[in-house]
Design a binder for this molecule. Structure first.
Ligand SMILES: Cc1cc2nc3c(=O)[nH]c(=O)nc-3n(C[C@H](O)[C@H](O)[C@H](O)COP(=O)(O)OP(=O)(O)OC[C@H]3O[C@@H](n4cnc5c(N)ncnc54)[C@H](O)[C@@H]3O)c2cc1C
Length: 406
């Protein structure tokens, strides 16, 4: 079967690898001109890593992944440690160590494994037509491509999503919701004045947070949240001025983090949005995947992991059901949309709890951190992972390939 995937992000590239391994002829189109991901790094929790293991990338991901052995929360103003504990129970309970990876490393790994010669860069989707037998994608330069199946992995502002939800035909147009804060992130050298090299360290106060996680190559991934409305003016020439204003009066470790940021080397500013869960992910021979289907705020570090779960579920349904492409896609939607919705809502709940939108709620959260021995936080992290479809289907793709070889 010929498959067009639109979008070479984590969702599209992982789906491309999975469907290629099933023997489909896959081509990826992406509007970008070169691999230059927005955002510095991301945490891959056990569910995401397991999908990458299943795709045959386990060793490579372990090589680019930073090891997070401990987790600590500190009071942002005083620097007092609120709690510190081992993350080993997450690994033991889920069967896989989480990793923090630089986005550029993960993206390059996925694109190279899929095959750069099958990725058409500078190819921006503008329209989709599906006559029930063949899907035709039209691109901004007027070119077209046809396939038996089209996967829209074209991110939060998806064109494929508008096709699937019939946005221009009286259906639903999915709008994003601002999460109430701006995130700054980047990479810095490991600096133990901020936190130990093996620890996810987070300073919290005033509804704000600044955090570091270890990434391979002796680097910290830093991410900083400042509650504020969308659309505030910011010029890149301002560099880290908003961070100096927000954290200049904080404890030494947090100030050190701001001090060592080199805006010319690595500083991204992202206004955070999510989307209300919706359950129409499929129309005929077209399906959406990743942020196109479930744009999730980063508050539980699950958006990309959820995209990886999509790739797994899509491959499993296409491999295991045989009525029609349309039927398999509906089964994919049925497996994935409730689970992805749950993660969107979990992230939103955590966003509201931690960003001071209701100061009493956030103060109660800070107080709970003082009582924390790790049990409650680990329960929450494992709770995000435990219902992943990857926990049910490991080995299925290998089984299908083995059957083909007989
Ligand atoms: C600050 C921040 C921190 C995050 N941290 C984490 C984390 O720690 N863990 C985690 O799991 N998730 C995290 N996420 C979420 C994660 O980044 C996303 O869920 C994930 O990158 C989505 O991947 P995707 O492939 O669906 O979309 P994208 O990465 O957005 O890729 C979409 C691709 O489609 C292309 N495209 C778009 N429109 C078109 C078009 N019309 N035609 C052709 N190509 C097109 C784009 O160029 C792009 O390459 C975070 C998000 C943010 C904003």
């Amino acid at each position: 079967m010929k498959v067009i995937i639109v979008g070479a992000g984590i969702g599209g590239a992982s789906a491309g690898i999975a469907l290629s391994r099933l023997g489909h002829e896959v081509v990826i189109h992406d509007q970008m001109l070169e691999n230059k991901p927005v955002g510095a790094a991301l945490s891959l929790w056990s569910n995401g890593v397991k999908v990458l293991n299943w795709l045959g990338l386990g060793n490579e991901v372990a090589a680019i992944g930073g090891r997070m052995d401990q987790m600590a929360y500190l009071d942002g103003r005083s620097g007092e440690t609120l709690c510190r504990f081992s993350l080993e129970p997450v690994t033991l309970q889920t069967g896989q160590r989480p990793y923090v990876v630089a986005r550029a490393d993960l993206q390059a790994l996925l694109m190279e494994r899929f095959g750069m010669d099958r990725i058409r860069l500078g190819s921006r989707l503008v329209a989709i037509a599906d006559d029930g037998h063949v899907v035709t994608a039209t691109f901004a330069d007027g070119s077209t491509d046809t396939a038996d199946l089209l996967i829209g992995a074209d991110g939060a502002r998806s064109v494929a999503r508008d096709h699937v939800t019939r946005a221009d035909e009286g259906g639903i147009r999915i709008e994003r919701t601002h999460a109430g804060y701006t995130n700054f992130n980047g990479l810095i050298p490991i600096d133990e004045a901020i936190g130990p090299a093996d620890t996810w360290t987070t300073y919290v106060a005033e509804g704000k947070r600044c955090a570091v996680m270890p990434v391979a190559g002796d680097r910290f991934y830093f991410f900083v949240d400042i509650p504020q409305p969308p659309g505030l003016p910011y010029d890149r020439a301002e560099g880290k001025r908003p961070l100096e204003e927000a954290f200049g009066h904080w404890a030494a470790g947090a100030r050190r983090l701001v001090d060592v940021i080199d805006p010319s080397a690595s500083l991204n500013r992202v206004e955070i949005y999510d989307v209300d869960p919706f359950h129409t992910w499929v129309r005929g021979r077209v399906a959406i995947l990743g942020d196109a289907a479930h744009n999730t705020s980063p508050d539980i570090g699950q958006g990309a992991c959820s995209a990886l779960e999509d790739s797994f579920a899509l491959a499993i349904t296409l491999a295991s059901s045989s009525l029609s492409v349309e039927d398999s896609l509906l089964r994919y939607q049925q497996i994935r949309s409730p689970r992805a919705a749950d993660l969107v809502l979990r992230a939103r709940k955590r966003c509201r709890e931690t960003h001071g939108f209701d100061p009493a709620v956030t103060e109660a959260w800070y107080e709970s951190l003082r009582q924390e021995d790790g049990t409650g936080i680990i329960k929450g992290i494992v709770g995000n992972i435990v219902d992943s479809p990857i926990n049910l289907g490991v080995g299925t793709l290998e089984h299908v390939l083995a059957m083909r070889r007989v």
